[in-house]
Write a protein that binds this ligand. Structure first.
Ligand code: GDP
Length: 447
């Protein structure tokens, strides 16, 4: 995730300030150094970093902490406010009928983002349609169609037509029932003039209310020029930063946003249609600084829990957190997690739980991809009720029987049992948090 280690490195420095009521210049310098290091490592423009650290320094030394505030909290608040200022407001996006055009380089994640945004709008109760005008990249049509099917949203494309402007026109007509039109455009490796001509034509045909520039978080300093060129051609109202789930740094995209005076609309955090978040500066920075973001988490958890519960009236997530974690619970949990997004991202949003706790788990502990789930479902169908409730009693002969019965192999059955064991341990850590913490968290989630 962007600027990933800012939160943890900063927390360490800030912890050194605990107990102090006033900060001296050295203290402030130490904090500012940490911030500079993290931002520069994340590819944020040097000038921007310097401007930011100057204002943090000036404010931390000159502003009087409000009565009763520790020096640590005071400086944290300043850092928080300055970072929120740096990333800016999120792009305005009214929940009403509109047309949105996506622009960006090939591979930046436009097609994926189009389907994700359609999914997002559909969850907000609007009827979206994706219009795929990328006739340049082989496979764009199939990929977009498949993703829109997954998102259960309308889709228009024409694999036999080579004129993107015609597709845009026909697509707008064919999807006139939809409330939100998302027009995906072709990207090229570089900003070639014919791409710019083409996107201008598509723009005048589709007449979008806003154009969003899709930027890969890994883009680095080149983002600035891309943003400027697209801004000149079609006007950029907002930016979508994709692939923030990877090792990408994100600072280049942030710089581009800042330099071109645009704003961030969405963040892409994975490859499936649900891996999209509306950019919220306050919660984004809170998470970055490890303050947690219960609002986003609450929304995600609620949505996932509702969907899972709607399918199975008997399942009570709270009960699962109290009692023994069975294979049946695991199945429901994986289903809910799939709807919520990867658990490590979810954990990052819980105060005090980001980073550390997840680092102790093996990488694949939280691997709940749909393929794995499907395989696990099939295996579980060959288990008895007693085995589902008490998987620890499953021995070698049962493993053999289950593998045979489900048409899989013993290794897969073992894998399922391992996964269950790891998840049970995680749940036990939750339980170990103490009733008070857990209840507070559940309550907050339900608010
Ligand atoms: P386009 O050429 O701009 O339409 O880009 P695509 O939508 O085809 O995306 C290029 C690649 O990036 C695909 O393999 C996507 O699955 C992947 N991708 C897009 N967005 C994300 C994201 O937020 N996270 C991750 N991990 N991969 C992404």
């Amino acid at each position: 995730m962007v600027l990933d280690d800012l939160g943890s490195s900063l927390r360490g420095t800030l912890d050194d300030l605990r107990g102090k009521s006033r900060l001296d210049e050295d203290d402030v310098q130490a904090v500012v150094k940490q911030i500079q290091r993290s931002l520069l490592q994340a590819d944020v423009d040097v000038d921007l970093v310097m401007a930011l650290s100057d204002s943090i320094k000036t404010r931390a030394l000159n502003e009087e902490p409000p009565g009763g505030t520790s020096a640590r909290d005071h400086v944290l608040k300043i850092v928080y406010e300055e970072l929120v200022e740096l990333v800016g407001d999120s792009t305005e996006l009214p929940l009403e009928s509109q047309t949105i055009m996506l622009a960006g380089l090939q591979g930046s994640g436009k097609t994926t983002t189009a389907a994700k945004m359609a999914w997002w709008f559909s969850k907000k109760g609007l009827r979206p349609a994706v219009i795929q005008t990328d006739t340049f990249r082989p496979g764009a049509y199939d990929q977009a169609k498949q993703m829109c099917e997954n998102a259960e949203v309308d889709f228009y494309g024409d694999p036999d037509e080579s004129d993107p402007v015609k597709i845009a026109r026909e697509g707008m007509e064919a999807t006139s029932d939809a409330e939100v039109h998302i027009v995906d455009t072709a990207g090229r490796h570089a900003l070639e003039d014919d791409l710019i001509d083409e996107i201008e034509e598509i723009e005048s045909t589709a007449d979008p209310d806003r154009s969003l520039l899709v930027l890969d978080a890994a883009i680095g300093q080149g983002a600035k020029e891309q943003a400027q060129r697209f801004e000149e051609a079609v006007g950029v109202e907002g930016v979508v930063i994709t692939k923030l789930d990877g090792t990408a740094k994100g600072g280049g995209a942030l710089t581009a946003v800042n330099e071109t005076d645009s704003s961030i609309a969405f963040l892409g955090t994975g490859e499936t249609v649900q891996d999209i978040e509306r950019f919220e500066p306050n919660s984004f920075i809170s998470r970055l600084l490890g303050m947690g973001d219960l609002k986003q988490l609450a929304e995600r958890v609620e949505r996932a829990m509702e969907e899972t519960q709607a399918e199975d009236d008997d399942w009570d997530p709270e009960q699962m957190l109290e009692g023994e974690f069975t294979l049946n619970d695991m199945q429901k949990q994986m289903d809910a997690m799939n709807k919520m997004g990867p658990l490590d991202q979810v954990m990052d949003m819980i105060p005090g739980m980001g980073g550390g706790m997840m680092d102790q788990l093996p990488d694949d502990a939280m691997d709940v991809t749909q393929n794995r789930m499907r395989k696990f479902d099939i295996i579980m169908e060959s288990m008895t009720d007693a085995e589902l409730e008490e998987p620890r009693a499953i021995g070698a002969s049962q493993v053999e029987r289950i593998a045979r019965g489900s048409g899989t192999d013993e290794e897969s059955v073992q894998e399922l049992l391992e996964q269950h064991k790891m998840m049970r341990q995680t749940i036990q850590q939750f339980q170990g948090m103490g009733d008070g913490d857990m209840q507070r968290m559940m309550k907050k989630m339900q608010q």
